[in-house]
Design a protein around this ligand. Structure first.
Ligand SMILES: [Zn+2]
Length: 381
């Protein structure tokens, strides 16, 4: 497969590294790329390119087509991919515009190159993009551009680090990240803002590491009292991710949540996920983690009872409906009533905690050290 050019050299980038040593030099910075899945299972996709471009077979690297200014549909065909009226016997094509800011896909503007992958009569589209262009496209969905600069810089560090961690984990797959909440929400060029881009520039080339390895720098909206130990959720057991108390997010708009769902809706989602239950009579909390989040739930129904991890329950019902695994639950007149605390899985950086820390005058280095104790700021290798 022909790879997107992997590095650009920036010379003698001078950065005040804070936690590393004061005023250190980071030499010959590499500009890394990430691959972000932006569309999936589409029979056809419309796009527009301004200026010159090239279409390559992504597997052989062979140039299939060169052109200028094109507005067309890309469609998955029986034996390949068609672009406008031209068909190519290829299952994976790379679209490379001369101007990296010249591509519109379904009316959204993207930087970088696009790869179209055919799977039967469906297409997936993957954006190959410089890491910091990706970070700029993510930030608007994770933090407001009105946030204090130090909070934005802390966010940039966790988003950049997390993306590169994912790139390492997914190297054998077609893409590193999805563009939804299961990775980090990414909207392309449309999401960028001046102050966010500034925070990206001011921390350029820096990531978080632990013992020389890229830290899986998870983040979430609001922890509501204590961040979570990553080992409670995933097979990741690292000292910077063991969880810390957090009073900073007390004023977060997401500190409390309340959800009333019909019993039938909860039941149908569980059945849809393969659980054998009937009408739900009661939901019992089975055990809590030290952070206060629920380990398991016992769901008592007419037909039989099931035990489910609260993490799975939240994912099945919807992570934006059940905003956290820290809640009380009761059945009231045929409704399931949840009263909860915080938003997100709770691991790593508490975004609203970072916001209020920055408001109180903490630097981004101090915010990072607070939520990821023992981690280090390092140059990208
Ligand atoms: Zn918090």
């Amino acid at each position: 497969m022909r790879k997107t050019p992997a590095l650009f050299l920036s010379i003698f980038l001078f950065i005040n590294c804070g936690l590393l040593t004061a005023n250190c030099f980071v030499f010959a910075q590499e500009e890394k790329y990430v691959r972000v899945l932006i569309l999936k299972d589409k029979p056809t996709v419309s796009f527009k390119i301004n200026g010159s471009f090239e279409i390559d077979d992504a597997q052989s690297g062979k140039v299939l087509y060169r052109g200028k200014n094109l507005k067309a549909a890309i469609t998955a065909q029986k034996n390949g991919i068609s672009i406008g009226k031209t068909s190519f016997k290829s299952n994976k094509v790379l679209l490379r515009p001369d101007d990296p800011e010249a591509v519109y896909l379904e009316s959204r503007k993207f930087r970088g190159n696009l790869v179209f992958v055919r799977n039967g009569r469906r297409l997936s589209v993957i954006n190959h993009i410089k890491i910091d262009d990706y970070v700029s496209g993510v930030l608007i969905y994770e933090a407001s551009h009105y946030w204090p600069t130090e909070a934005l810089k802390a966010m940039v560090l966790v988003v950049r680090t997390f993306a590169l961690y994912q790139a390492g984990e997914n190297a054998v797959k077609d893409y590193d990240l999805t563009s939804d909440i299961y990775s980090q929400v990414y909207g392309g060029r449309i999401g960028e803002r001046y102050r966010l881009n500034e925070a990206v520039e001011q921390t350029k080339g820096l990531i978080l590491t632990y013992q020389g390895k890229i830290l899986p720098s998870f983040h979430h909206a609001t922890c509501a009292g204590h961040t979570e130990d990553s080992a409670q959720l995933w097979n990741i057991d690292l000292p910077p991710l063991k969880g810390v108390p957090c009073d900073f997010c007390k004023e977060s708009p997401h500190y409390n949540w309340h959800q009333v769902s019909e019993e039938k809706e909860i039941r149908e989602k569980l059945i849809g996920a393969g659980y054998d239950i009937n009408k739900i009579n009661e939901i019992v909390i089975l055990g809590k983690n030290p952070s206060g989040r629920i380990k398991n739930l016992r769901i008592i129904s007419d037909k039989k009872d099931i035990t489910i991890s609260c993490k799975d329950f939240r994912n099945i019902i919807g992570p934006n409906i059940i905003k956290s695994t820290n809640f009380s639950v009761s059945l009231v007149n045929g409704d399931v009533v949840f009263v909860g605390l915080g938003w997100g899985h709770g691991v790593g950086l508490c975004q609203w905690g970072a916001y209020f820390m920055a408001k109180k005058g903490y630097s981004y280095e101090q915010i990072i050290e607070y939520y990821f104790p023992g981690s280090k700021l390092s140059g990208i290798k």
